[in-house]
Unconditional design. Structure first.
Length: 220
């Protein structure tokens, strides 16, 4: 068994974005059944290439592929307008690419198709281990929990983001007023199990999540 070689540790400040592809298990099962699984691999490569190109122009780096999405690390003091422009553009790219590459070969398209996002900022510990950079810290945990919690009380969570209020307060001067709404969520192992106040926004409007808007106002 090879030994894990720890070289160094360093504290860094980052804004963490976690995103996940909705209904990926159902989509993969469908593609396996119809022997179209290679199309999914090609689809993920297109997403990766898009993110790499954007990372060359915006202040973020691709940290980790999670199997159904990625974790991106932005600069701590990021500009809110640049962030929202990136998120909205990415949602449009994802939808157009999915509609062109994957949707035509699906036999049973799931009801929810798209991506969901969670975002937080804070201190992370960077660990150089076996010549690879790893990050640990509360900001990653919270971003991932927020991304998962979008679907709570929301039958159509696609193309929506949850972020912490502290992050929202940092960027709100750069974005349109009333572009986010305040919601409450239970985040596992966060805030001692108490309700967690966070901010929610629809990044790309579809016929499904617009139709669900009235329900969200009642059960947000």
């Amino acid at each position: 068994m090879s030994k894990i070689k720890l070289i160094s540790t360093k504290e860094e400040k980052h804004t963490v974005l976690s995103f996940d592809i909705c209904s990926s298990t159902d989509i993969l099962e469908d593609l396996h059944r119809t022997e179209n699984i290679k199309k999914w691999s090609s689809f993920l490569v297109l997403i990766k290439d898009y993110l790499r190109k954007q990372a060359g122009e915006l202040p973020f780096k691709m940290y980790n592929f999670t199997g159904d999405g990625w974790i991106l690390l932005f600069e701590y003091d990021l500009n809110g307008k640049l962030l929202l422009n990136f998120l909205e553009s990415f949602c449009k790219f994802f939808k157009n690419t999915f509609d062109n590459k994957i949707m035509p070969v699906l036999e049973s398209p799931p009801e929810v198709i798209g991506v969901t996002f969670g975002m937080e900022r804070g201190n992370l510990i960077k660990i150089i281990m076996n010549q690879r950079s790893e990050y640990i810290g509360r900001a990653i945990n919270v971003a991932c929990r927020l991304q998962t919690a979008i679907k709570d009380n929301d039958k159509h969570p696609e193309y929506k983001i949850l972020m912490t209020k502290q992050l929202y307060n940092q960027i709100k001067k750069d974005i349109p007023k009333k572009s986010f709404v305040e919601v409450k969520r239970n985040l596992r192992n966060i805030a001692g199990g108490n309700k967690f106040l966070c901010m929610k926004k629809t990044l790309l409007k579809t016929s499904e999540n617009i139709k669900n808007k009235i329900t969200l106002r009642v059960q947000k």
